[in-house]
Design a protein around this ligand. Structure first.
Ligand code: G
Ligand code: MN
Length: 364
């Protein structure tokens, strides 16, 4: 008995200041101990703030008798932190004790200190309702008519300052936790569909930004499909802008998921087209409805090469009956050039700066 206690003591002493988050729990899922890093990311001083609601093994754990050393398995842990519940990707170590009992050591899997910070920041934003949306108008360049709204995620830190999206999002996109951000965004997005009660929003599509990796996962696809059904939206009222920061591993799967979204009337726009991994092949492999040309094209539209490239995309979009929009239009000259080349729609600070719903209403 004494030996087991000593074992636990040495383990907890050595993990106390470890940079990774570690939690010890027993077979009844009662949390017995957390290290400082766990307390830090969940912002709690007390184990009572956190509950483990379920452990869903993603791999096989070997029987203890056979192993005699700590065995581990990857797991999705359902965590309840005060009032929010979410899944965490973790590794669970089953640690055998000398007295033939054992306990479980949960290790929150993070790649870096930055992703730990991103996780902490995101959890705090969700818990304290610091997720908001700003909207930017998309217009028909020739007539100036409103054709779309892009909902832009705006998360705030505890002092109310906007957290740049590239600071957290790329780091937590692969985490189950991210579904809570999408859920919170959709909850907010309901305000955009209430505009119908006050304004003529016919033909206006409201777009939310998602990464292709997010949109192609079944649980996410279903979140969007359920949303459209719950709000009884007409086809084309909600759209998704698909951004990509990494190469799509499974284009076929993505295509199938996207088709399901299209089937319920959610149009898909390829965001930041022509930059990063947003390549021409997307137009071939994915059932997209429109192309949003990356803002770098607007910035360099005076250069002959850029103008020719835009001309080329215009022609491709016309042939394939795709919508097209130029992003990041900041000057009259850029706008005129887009019109001259034949790009139908545009978005940018020249026409409209992103606004929160309250201000948007004044400018509609
Ligand atoms: O990747 P995506 O196209 O979704 O990025 C949109 C971002 O670009 C938003 O954060 C928005 O504030 C910003 N943005 C919108 N219009 C302009 C513009 O005219 N110029 C610049 N530099 N940024 C813009
Ligand atoms: Mn976008």
């Amino acid at each position: 008995m004494k030996i087991a206690q000593d074992q636990e003591f040495y383990l907890t002493e050595s993990l106390k200041q470890h940079p990774s988050a570690f939690i010890i729990f027993d077979k009844d899922l009662r949390i017995k101990w957390m290290n400082n890093s766990s307390k830090y990311i969940f912002t709690c001083d007390d184990e009572k703030d956190l509950k483990i609601k379920g452990v869903f093994s993603l791999g096989e754990s070997k029987k203890l008798e056979e192993v005699k050393i700590a065995s581990s398995f990857e797991s999705n842990i359902e965590i309840q932190l005060r009032n929010i519940t979410f899944f965490l990707r973790s590794r669970v170590h089953e640690v055998p004790l000398e007295d033939n009992s054992s306990f479980f050591l949960l290790e929150v899997i993070t790649n870096s200190k930055e992703s730990l910070e991103a996780m902490k920041g995101t959890i705090a934003c969700i818990e304290h309702d610091r997720i908001d949306l700003a909207y930017q108008k998309q217009i028909d360049l020739k007539s100036g008519k409103l054709v779309g709204l892009e909902a832009l995620l705006r998360m705030r830190d505890e002092d109310g300052n906007i957290i740049p999206n590239d600071k957290f999002i790329p780091l937590i996109e692969g985490e189950s936790l991210f579904s809570l951000v999408v859920m919170a965004s959709l909850e907010k997005l309901k305000e955009a569909f209430e505009l119908k009660n006050e304004f003529d929003m016919k033909g206006v599509t409201t777009y939310l930004n998602v990464s292709a990796h997010t949109a192609m996962q079944d649980n996410f696809t279903n979140i969007f499909i359920d949303f459209v059904k719950a709000l009884d939206l007409e086809p084309g009222e909600l759209g998704l802008e698909i951004t990509e920061t990494a190469e799509l591993a499974d284009v076929k799967k993505a295509g199938e998921s996207f088709q399901k979204l299209k089937d319920v009337g959610i149009p898909l726009a390829i965001d930041d087209f022509g930059a990063g991994y947003s390549s021409l092949s997307y137009l071939r492999d994915l059932p997209v409805d429109s192309v949003k040309l990356d803002k770098v094209f607007a910035q360099t539209i005076s250069e002959k090469t850029t103008a020719e490239l835009i001309k080329f995309v215009v022609s491709v979009c016309e042939t394939l009956s795709l919508n097209m929009l130029g992003e990041g239009i900041e000057t009259d000259d850029q706008k005129e050039k887009f019109i001259k080349i034949g790009c139908p729609n545009g978005q940018g600070y020249l026409m409209h700066r992103p606004e929160f719903i309250k201000d948007l209403k004044k400018s509609l």
